[in-house]
Write a protein that binds this ligand. Structure first.
Ligand code: GSH
Length: 331
């Protein structure tokens, strides 16, 4: 079947397309658009208009893709405009689960019940949107309350909507993807996505030395490139925070406490890079950012949801980073 262990396709978002070692990332199934309110706009099945209170975001605090959407929800002042539900961090055979009160069951602080339908599992939301749905049930998923559909479940789309579509409602005009930088952002995003965001998973799930070696080499070359950029500039593309920074940051945050050990990305820690370790602290300390971060969810999710990689499900003793500190503290 190729270089990755069977059963990990869903976790990393790739699927084999042949008997060869070639992969395609399985495409997100719901790709509708949110547009800014305009006088003559006509909604279609795929186009919805930005409105306060209309959309609901289902997320996991463990998931790096969700993390970008939560960062935008915060920085674009959408908290009162777009409601959110946080799923349980540990994914089980029925997939992502909402918090439910059951005896003898350990709940994780911060996980929530489904406020819209009182469903138990996220797959039920997908079935509400599309009764015959058989695809992957992933977070983030953005529910359109008016159309009663999942409008979009692709984080890269969702952050682009959040970046602009609601500006006239919130009055927040920060632009993380300005036209003048868009091609640089898209090019850099592609490197970050392939070599870093996915690269850590390719390292973690490789079942052949050659595949691991290649993924690890490309991962650290890409991290070295990010370090070089930050040596010259405050942020990846200059003095202005852009979407590329929000692609990188969620993976950096999970790197030393999870990927370094669980995914064997242990050539260097982020902490060993002077500029990246300064940068991670700067972004972490942005006002309100820490409300989007929950290391308990991150650590529980990865160490307890991947039995093919880590059957004992034991959570290791090592660091829970505190990026308010100059140096790490143990837990
Ligand atoms: N294309 C998606 C990928 C999201 C994704 O892979 N989410 C993972 C969690 S980190 C997931 O929900 N996996 C569950 C599954 O595939 O069953 C995006 O970027 O929004």
């Amino acid at each position: 079947m190729g270089i990755l262990a069977e059963g990990v396709w869903q976790e990393i978002g790739f699927e084999p397309i042949s008997d060869q070692d070639d992969f395609v990332r399985s495409a997100s199934q719901f790709r509708g658009t949110i547009v800014a309110p305009q006088p003559d706009i006509t909604e279609t099945d795929d186009i919805s208009v930005a409105e306060a209170g209309r959309y609901h975001l289902y997320v996991s605090l463990a998931c790096p893709w969700c993390h970008r959407t939560l960062i935008y929800r915060h920085l674009k002042k959408l908290e009162k405009i777009i409601s959110v539900t946080i799923v349980e961090p540990v994914i089980n055979q029925s997939g992502w689960e909402f918090q439910r009160m059951r005896p003898n069951r350990q709940h994780t602080h911060g996980a929530q019940a489904d406020p819209l339908f009182s469903d138990d599992f996220l797959y039920q939301i997908y079935q509400r949107a599309q009764p015959q749905y058989t695809g992957r049930v992933t977070v983030p998923a953005l529910w359109d309350k008016q159309k009663r559909i999942i409008l979009n479940n692709e984080s890269s789309d969702i952050i682009r909507f959040f970046n602009q579509a609601f500006d006239s409602i919130t009055g927040n005009n920060i632009d993380f993807a300005p036209q003048s930088l868009l091609s640089d952002i898209d090019n850099l995003n592609q490197i970050i996505l392939e070599k870093i965001n996915h690269g850590v998973y390719l390292c973690g799930f490789a079942t052949a030395q050659e595949a691991y070696d290649l993924a690890a080499k490309e991962l650290f070359e890409a991290l070295d490139e990010m370090e070089e950029r930050l040596e010259k500039n405050r942020y990846l593309l200059g003095e202005q925070l852009t979407e590329s920074d929000w692609y990188l940051f969620p993976t950096l945050l999970r790197f030393d406490c999870v990927y370094y050990s669980l995914f064997k990305t242990n050539l260097r820690r982020i902490e060993d890079y002077p500029h990246l370790s300064h940068y991670i602290r700067e972004l972490y300390q942005i006002k309100g950012m820490q409300e989007t971060i929950n290391f308990q969810h991150i650590i529980r999710h990865y160490y307890m949801s991947l039995p093919q990689l880590h059957p004992s499900r034991i959570q290791p003793i090592g660091f829970v980073p505190d990026y308010n500190q100059t140096h790490y503290r143990g837990r």
